[in-house]
Design a protein around this ligand. Sequence first.
Ligand code: FAD
Length: 397
Amino acid sequence: MDFSLSPSLFDLQQRTRRFIAERIVPLETDPRCKPHGPTEELRRKMITMAREEGLLSAHMPAHLGGLGLNHMAKAIMFEEAGYSPLGPVALNIAAPDEGNMHMMEVIATTDQKDRWLRPLALGEIRSCFCMTEPAPGSGSDPAMLETTAVRDGDDYIINGVKWFITGAQGASFAIIMAKLEDGRATMFLADMDRPGIRIERSVDALDSCFPGGHGVVRFDNLRVPARDILGEPGEGFKYAQVRLSPARLTHCMRWLGAARRAHDVATGYAAKREAFGKRLGDHEGVGFMLADNELDLHTTRLAVWHCAWTLDQGELGRHESSVAKVISSEAIWRVVDRSVQVLGGQGVTHETIVARIFADVRAFRIYDGPSEVHRWSIAKHIMRQQRDRQPSVGVKS
Ligand SMILES: Cc1cc2nc3c(=O)[nH]c(=O)nc-3n(C[C@H](O)[C@H](O)[C@H](O)COP(=O)(O)OP(=O)(O)OC[C@H]3O[C@@H](n4cnc5c(N)ncnc54)[C@H](O)[C@@H]3O)c2cc1C
């Protein structure tokens, strides 16, 4: 097994690291960073900078302005991007746009790509992904989908409410999951300025890294032409899987970078600050926290790389992405929490970036599948394997 980076991948890693450190980190204190993410003006400024640097939308193919990275290369680059809360937005690889781009590249028609994917990949517009609904609709259990799409001539009429829709405010278009009259889930593309789409409010969440925040979106007799179905009717959940495994993994990659940043800040503090006659890091209690951080970062990286490799083999990676998601989201949370502790009082203030990362990362244990749901699915996988296992010759129990 070869863990070394090819010269071109090493170069990409170093270029991204430099770009984030020199051009993006200084913008973290820009007044255009708001509770619901960077303003559109700041986002566009960063997109322009990334384009000039040749780092924009690197996961997209060259004809869409990207570098055509495979999953393994993304693991390297996206970790670097995540080192700043602004990095993924700057490089146009933040959720939900990055996952939407990936899915549309696989299943959208040529017309849909020209109309929506191309400007999205160029960073000219943003998008949102509308799946989660308030009770009694779909949340952890996507099958509880309540939003309906009823055929009317050449169109569908969509009704329902979605919430926690990241980036809704300011998005140019939405991918909407709705069920047809026969109950089959289907994805639709719709411009956000169509009559029948209303953003009722933005939810005030802990995080502040996603442009457009998280919206409550109502569809009230939204009319969508049948040609704007994304993929085939009735295949919505299948396509959600196309989106979810890689999108879940790219979250792990980006948050790994954020956790590494928190650890670096904490380590810097522990190396300078003294208490009881020696540096904090020389006290076993603090040194062990830093050591545990290192263990969690390393375990996360290995899990991410393994899943990335699996996806690069053409597999769907459902099980592997569940494993990587639980390992990463929980390990990353521990790293950031320990970093707050090492920083003492400063850890819970905005004197350093760590408190912001702490607030940003908490939801990662919930979205793209809460840990409990992934554990449940991992357990089902184990039991299926056990059922299918042939009894070993000569083994009685
Ligand atoms: C910051 C953020 C951004 C988001 N962005 C988007 C977006 O852009 N688009 C979108 O469609 N959705 C988005 N979501 C929604 C997200 O996907 C859902 O929050 C998630 O799927 C959980 O659904 P829920 O909140 O309805 O929780 P519920 O389904 O009500 O579950 C609540 C809790 O119950 C537990 N639980 C559920 N099922 C099981 C089980 N089988 N076994 C054990 N425990 C279980 C878990 O602990 C879970 O956290 C976002 C959420 C957040 C917080």
